[in-house]
Design a protein around this ligand. Structure first.
Ligand code: NAP
Length: 308
């Protein structure tokens, strides 16, 4: 400061544009985290909202989430997005959980409130919001099939049931895990098989299958590798909505095959954008600028319009 109390211009000049000592900080914890699109989505939202907030990535190793939460609380960090491998651990560490985070035993977002961490899970509601965007697909009274029984599948299954789906069929390699996941949908959930797909309005792949090399397994009699699909594309019918939660590549071979059969296909960018938008609202109490957030990742995700 100079004698008049004005800030030394050289100090301000060293700060990145728009940031100051008063800037509110949020971030994402995960491992790895350097390629996370969350800070891009959050910062796009803050700029569009005219808020003096910033989001950054914090690499946090497995087993260190407790230390990260304690440190973030001490530093006045307002909220964190939580990604692999910390979602289950953070659910056990927070002071309070929303009913959905409690049901899933997984947290993808924490909010600082009255000196405590509240844990929420916006993954499934994010997918449902992306499906509903522009009136494209409402799960209410519709039959849905989800492939997978892991964290993403469980979030989607619970959200589809909460959105009023008539049925949520769960197909998974490990049947016992499928049964547990289907239980999250209550009376509308059941374990099924891929052959149930033609009778469903929505088919969601919540496994890494269907993306590039990981989908290649086994050798046929001709010695060639054949793709292992989440659901055989020959079971997909015209007009069905088919979503692959994967978004790298922007169009998976499975999405392309489903599109060739006349399905309306989308990748996982919608879930990514809308789960982040719900986090912004949880942190700021304001509506998130979803269209600006979509515009920020449409380019980085590449490929054709991934929206349903
Ligand atoms: P996860 O908890 O590890 O679960 C993986 C699921 O895939 C399990 O149900 C597993 O079956 C199944 N699976 C894995 N390899 C398989 C194989 N070779 N054959 C058959 N099934 C197989 O993972 P997750 O967190 O749920 O993530 C699943 C996918 O969703 C990932 O591709 C991830 O990138 C994507 N995702 C996207 C978003 C988004 O915002 N778009 C968010 C989260 C996740 P078993 O139960 O039999 O092991």
């Amino acid at each position: 400061m100079d004698k008049t109390g004005a800030m030394d211009a050289t100090v301000g000049a060293r700060l990145p544009p728009g940031l100051s000592a008063a800037t509110t900080v949020v971030g994402v914890i995960g491992d790895p985290v350097a390629h996370s699109l969350s800070p891009l989505l959050h910062n796009t939202a803050f700029e569009a909202m005219g808020l003096d907030w910033v989001s950054v990535g914090f690499p946090v190793r497995s087993g260190r989430a407790g230390g990260a939460l304690a440190g973030a609380g001490a530093l006045g960090i307002r909220g964190l997005s939580v990604t692999m491998p910390h979602k289950d651990a953070v659910a056990a560490l927070v002071d309070r959980r929303t009913p959905l985070a409690d049901q899933l035993g997984a947290v993808n977002c924490v909010i600082r409130e009255d000196g405590e961490w509240r844990g929420d899970n916006t993954d499934g509601p994010g997918l449902v919001a992306s499906l509903r965007r522009g009136g494209r697909f409402d799960p209410e009274d519709r039959r849905c099939l989800v492939v997978g029984g892991g964290g993403a599948a469980r979030a989607v299954i619970a959200a589809l049931a909460a959105a009023g789906a008539a049925e949520v069929v769960v197909v998974n390699r490990t049947r016992e895990r499928a049964a547990r996941a289907a239980g999250l949908a209550g009376p509308v959930g059941r374990v099924g098989v891929a052959e149930d797909a033609p009778g469903c309005d929505l088919v969601v792949n919540a496994t890494p299958l269907g993306m590039g090399e990981t989908s290649l397994a086994g050798s046929g009699e001709d010695g060639k590798q054949s793709p292992v699909w989440p659901v055989d594309p020959d079971l997909i019918r015209r007009g069905q909505v088919v979503v692959d939660l994967v978004y790298h590549p922007a169009v998976t071979p499975w999405m392309a095959a489903a599109g060739e059969r006349g399905a309306v296909v989308a990748n996982g960018v919608g879930m990514l954008v809308h789960q982040a938008a719900l986090q912004i609202t949880a942190w700021t109490g304001q509506e998130a600028p979803v269209e600006a957030m979509w515009a920020a990742v449409d380019g980085s995700a590449g490929g054709p319009d991934p929206r349903v």
